[in-house]
Design a protein around this ligand. Structure first.
Ligand code: GLU
Length: 311
């Protein structure tokens, strides 16, 4: 299949709609000032083929897409013990809901809601302490994504500072879990990790490559004979993306697109066609569910043009 032509066609089809609908995330100035009229798309196949179109080389704030990488790191490090603290059910509530956490004694429903990602960050901080405090969880996260991309990836310091300055709800979630004895580390250290992971900057080409292991049973995107996650772990990450990866729209996304996806409020989406390819799309304007409006349209067009779906 000529993927390059497919991606170019999608960008050409959607370009007239850029800026017409949706709203960029506005909870921090660094995101509120992003030009909504941008659309990038890139893919990385199991055989290492790559294709990209539109604003695919423009870096953006990956926000909740980082939850896929921190989950990967925690699965590598803790194995099944990770699930003692975190569930695997769609939440059916807002991604930053406090109510559910209270009803469920501080155990987050899944690793992709904020509480779940904060609990994952706590596990990563503990891992560093277990190594005699050598390095930091933040450095471990950057090292993973950089190794998956084959180039250095950085935090956006301004976004990280704004996340911390305005993160009242995340601070509340972390304190709530701490009060239930569900965080082992200081709330400040855990949130510093979480706010930084949200502030990672990457472009679509880097993201498609970095998440490339998800389409090929966990094999590293370009290092021969190197495994990021094993087959079972990879299947599980994809299952969580399908059921919990797109806020409260996961049912509609499965219905309309039929691929495991993870979204972020920066307007990025990573989607996986198991055994074939990983896609990354980005367009900053969000729909009412918090997912990228044109990003989802781009994925719908991609599955319609290629016939690729897990169903
Ligand atoms: N920084 C955002 C938060 O923690 C990330 C939200 C998202 O992308 O879903 O609320």
């Amino acid at each position: 299949m000529n993927y390059q032509a497919v991606l170019e066609d999608i960008v050409t089809t959607l370009r007239p709609f850029l800026g017409a609908d949706g709203k960029v995330a506005s909870y921090i100035p660094a995101l509120a000032c992003i030009d909504p009229k941008q659309l990038g798309i890139a893919l990385h196949t199991c055989n290492g083929e790559e294709a990209a179109a539109g604003d695919s080389a423009t870096p953006f704030s990956i926000q909740s897409l980082s939850k896929v990488f921190t989950l990967t790191l925690a699965m590598q490090r803790l194995g099944d013990a990770l699930w003692e603290r975190i569930g695997r059910e769609p939440s059916g509530s807002a991604f930053n809901s406090l109510v559910q956490l209270e009803n469920e004694q501080g155990k987050p429903r899944n690793p992709f809601i904020n509480a779940g990602a904060i609990a994952v960050a706590d596990r990563l901080v503990s891992h560093v302490q277990g190594k005699g405090n050598r390095g930091s969880a933040k450095a471990d996260i950057l090292a993973l994504v950089s190794s998956l991309c084959g180039e250095p990836i950085e935090f956006d310091a301004e976004v990280a500072a704004s996340e911390a300055a305005t993160g009242y709800r995340n601070i509340a979630l972390a304190n709530f879990m701490k009060s239930f004895g569900k965080l082992d580390n200081d709330v400040e250290a855990v949130l510093d990790t979480y706010f930084h992971q949200c502030a990672i900057r990457m472009n679509c080409q880097q993201l498609a490559r970095a998440a490339g292991f998800l389409c090929c049973d966990g094999a590293h995107p370009f290092e021969q004979d190197s495994e990021v996650t094993n087959e079972r772990q990879t299947r599980r990450i994809n299952a969580l993306m399908l059921t919990c990866g797109t806020y409260d729209a996961a049912g509609d996304v499965a219905f309309n697109i039929g691929l495991p996806c993870k979204s972020g409020v920066g307007g990025g989406i990573v989607a996986v066609v198991p055994d074939r390819l990983t896609l990354a799309v980005w367009s900053p304007a969000l729909d009412a569910t918090g997912n990228s409006l044109l990003g989802m349209k781009a994925l719908e067009l991609f599955v319609a043009k290629t016939g690729l779906s897990v169903f």
